[in-house]
Ligand binder design. Structure first.
Ligand SMILES: Cc1cc2nc3c(=O)[nH]c(=O)nc-3n(C[C@H](O)[C@H](O)[C@H](O)COP(=O)(O)OP(=O)(O)OC[C@H]3O[C@@H](n4cnc5c(N)ncnc54)[C@H](O)[C@@H]3O)c2cc1C
Length: 350
């Protein structure tokens, strides 16, 4: 696949500020800092290389698509800003012309083309847009952008330094969803919305009709794991990701998927390799309490972690549950291995 490249510079910048950037980046991907003051890293959609000399950093980004380059540029800008407020405003990109006000290259305007009720608690939305190929690589998730006024939508735009500027929450709701299935050649993707009953997306998904307009940006998050053994756990919000990972897994994959649902009606058929055991826990029926569910998930994940040589262990669900499982696995292993992720997909509020 042809690589897309982008060159730029950041000036003035100190070496300690760039070391801070490297530390921030290393919390979610591996980063190499060479003695000659070159920072290089492979981040989801591509590579970032930064060479520092005399208060000036030369930047080189490369990715498989223009959209991937924008993801890298946003990651870079976001982390620079975390290190030092105002630092990202010193970014300057070569041969880009006037960026200010442009739609980001990883944004697509989409239309709902089909709405399907999968179960009492799940709605599938088919979304159609042009040029979706970049959302079929590197990341499983997107932001589903719902404008407050669909007739005059306020979309994200680039600023003069190439960073995406997001509208305020009163103009645009932008939760993260999983790309459950995608066919770029036919120009569609599916998103499965869990109707948890409290959110703006739930209310919108229950009354949305074909033709409604939404925005898409992404992709983000992890990609399809390729290890011979998988342990996947989560609640309803993780179900679309687990379903896609199992559907796309190699037929000889071994492992365990453990899903907790609040209603037995939300148990959906999963297309899993024969060597993967799928277990459903219905809260209130199979387990009495949240603590019991968490303990059960932890035992099962820990068993896989200690038995399998090359396994991917992934949990996703409510933040406090993810934190508890992560802490328990950390106690067992000392330092959490790179093959283990416990992700917060939502946060319980009062
Ligand atoms: C990487 C990633 C992938 C995700 N994929 C999916 C997916 O494919 N399908 C899906 O349905 N969700 C998915 N989620 C979760 C989804 O983003 C959140 O549930 C989000 O809050 C939904 O937005 P909303 O507009 O419905 O609610 P918001 O406006 O964000 O929140 C409103 C209220 O709803 C509550 N709430 C949010 N989620 C839940 C829940 N599950 N149960 C009970 N209360 C809740 C919040 O505490 C808050 O009080 C994913 C999240 C991440 C980070």
């Amino acid at each position: 696949m042809a690589r897309h490249k982008m060159l730029g510079q950041l000036m003035p910048v100190t070496w300690p500020a760039l070391e801070g950037f490297a530390r921030a980046l290393s919390t979610f991907c591996s980063v190499h800092v060479a003695p000659n003051r070159v920072i290089s890293s492979h981040v989801g959609p591509g590579n970032i290389e930064i060479t520092w000399r005399a208060r000036r950093a030369s930047l080189r980004l490369d990715a498989g698509s223009e959209a991937g380059l924008q993801n890298l540029r946003d990651t870079l800008g976001h982390l620079l800003e975390e290190v030092e407020e105002g630092l990202s405003a010193r970014l300057d990109w070569q041969a880009e012309g006037d960026l200010e006000g442009r739609l980001p290259p990883n944004f697509r305007s989409a239309r709902v083309s089909r709405v399907t009720r999968l179960s009492r608690g799940f709605m599938r939305l088919r979304l159609e847009a042009e040029d979706l190929g970049y959302l079929a690589q590197n990341g499983l998730h997107l932001r589903l952008l719902q404008p407050t006024d669909p007739d005059a939508p306020v979309w994200p735009r680039l600023n003069r330094n190439g960073r995406t500027v997001w509208p305020g929450a009163s103009d645009l709701h932008m939760p993260v969803y999983t790309i459950r299935a995608i066919d770029p050649a036919q120009g569609w993707l599916d998103v499965d919305v869990f109707l948890h009953g409290h959110g703006r997306t739930c209310a919108w998904a229950q009354q949305v009709r074909a033709g409604a307009r939404v925005g898409l940006t992404g992709p983000g998050g992890g990609w399809l794991p390729r290890t011979p053994t998988l342990w996947l756990g989560g609640d309803e919000t993780a179900l679309p990701a687990v379903a896609r990972i199992l559907h796309e897994a190699s037929p000889d994959t071994q492992g365990h998927a453990m899903l907790t649902v609040s209603d037995a009606a939300n148990i959906l058929p999963l297309d899993a390799p024969p060597g993967v055991q799928v277990e459903w826990l219905v809260q209130g029926r199979d387990t009495a309490s949240r603590d019991e569910v968490t303990a059960h998930l932890t035992r099962s994940a820990a068993h896989c972690l200690t038995q399998a040589e090359t396994a991917t262990i992934q949990f996703a669900g409510e933040k406090s549950v993810a934190q508890e499982i992560r802490a328990s696995l950390q106690r067992i292993t000392g330092k959490l291995p790179a093959n283990v992720t416990c992700a917060a997909y939502w946060t319980r509020t009062a």
